[in-house]
Design a protein around this ligand. Structure first.
Ligand code: FE
Length: 335
């Protein structure tokens, strides 16, 4: 080989090495409404596996969305991660997320847990289900969300505030199923049955049920898991309603690539990894959630709560009907 050929070869190798290391160090910036404790171990595992650094900023969903909007094209964020389909739908509706065409994501995440326009994808699932006091009730006393509006529950129901997006999403999904008039009469029934004014958190509501202030309520499964961790003998149990009908109301935490992401490829790769079998348990188990990827099993503790039929209606409805749900809850006197 002549000297010139050697030089060309060396130059090519150097160019390849430079582009590879640029790729490997092409960091991804995430805005996350999920806390550091949950996401940092995941991102550390991703960096260890791929060499790609992940920088993140945590905050409340609303403020991260406002920040993305204000930063516009200058945002450093490539990926937005938040809880509740209502929030993800809002982000997409505000033009903050871009369409992602990914075979991997479409295969890992069931259709009802992702945006019909592919702007966000569920990464974990939480059920918003019935919780009851085991000293007062048993499974046979319960049947559906709608049943909790019946007069037999007068003075026995506890709820969290209607200001929380989780309840807005629940009521939005009920509007999608029953229409507005029927949903309004159900919500009015709930309000009439309240034992006390709505609570500021699911945890406080569940503690009130355990304390006997009320018999039954509606809350997210992982809050129950946290209480169970603290006190395995707490007199509370989850009940899976609507099993003969539409199924349990589920919601997601999830993510989407930002509209003005500088590193679209890197953001998609991270999102695909988060949805993969290897990352799904890391993502869901630490907060007692269900994996969004149907091929992945929940933790032993979560599995012990029993299997249930989930409502297969696309969670995007929670966003589409959120404004209607808020108005309806206001009309029904649900504070
Ligand atoms: Fe929560």
């Amino acid at each position: 080989m002549k000297c010139k050929q050697w030089l060309v070869l060396i130059a090519a190798v150097v160019a390849m090495w430079v582009s590879y290391s640029a790729l490997a160090s092409d960091e991804v910036v995430v805005y996350s409404a999920r806390n550091e404790q949950l996401i940092k171990p995941l991102f550390d595992a991703y960096t260890k596996e791929t060499g790609v650094e992940v920088k993140f900023v945590t905050g409340k969903a609303g403020s991260l969305m406002q920040r993305l909007k204000a930063e516009g094209e200058n945002t450093p964020a490539d990926l937005l991660i938040t809880v509740d389909a209502g929030n993800l739908w809002q982000a997409a509706n505000m033009g903050l997320l871009q369409t992602v065409l990914s075979e991997k994501l479409n295969q890992s995440i069931p259709e009802y847990l992702r945006d019909p326009e592919n702007r966000w994808f569920g990464l974990s699932v939480r059920a918003r289900t019935i919780v009851y006091n085991t000293d007062k009730l048993s499974d046979s006393d319960l049947s559906s969300y709608e049943d909790l509006a019946e007069p037999k529950w007068r003075g026995k129901l506890c709820l969290r505030t209607s200001k929380k997006v989780y309840n807005q999403s629940l009521v939005a999904m009920m509007i999608a199923e029953h229409g507005k008039p029927q949903t309004e009469s159900i919500v009015k029934g709930w309000v009439a049955n309240l034992a006390t004014k709505p609570f500021s958190s699911d945890t406080k509501m569940m503690q009130a049920i355990a304390a006997g202030q009320c018999d039954v309520g509606i809350g997210n499964t992982y809050y129950f898991g946290r209480l169970e961790d603290k006190d395995p003998t707490i007199p509370l149990k989850l009940f899976w309603p609507n099993q003969q009908g539409s199924g349990v109301h589920v919601n997601i935490s999830g993510g989407g690539v930002t509209q003005h992401a500088g590193n679209v490829k890197g953001a998609i790769a991270l999102l695909e990894w988060l949805a993969s079998e290897q990352a799904q348990n890391l993502f869901s188990d630490s907060n007692h959630e269900y994996p969004a990827n149907a091929a992945v099993k929940p933790s032993a503790q979560v599995a012990a709560w029993g299997a249930f039929k989930a409502n297969p209606l696309n969670v995007a409805k929670a966003g589409e009907l959120q404004v209607e749900a808020v108005k309806l809850m206001d009309r029904a006197g649900y504070k």
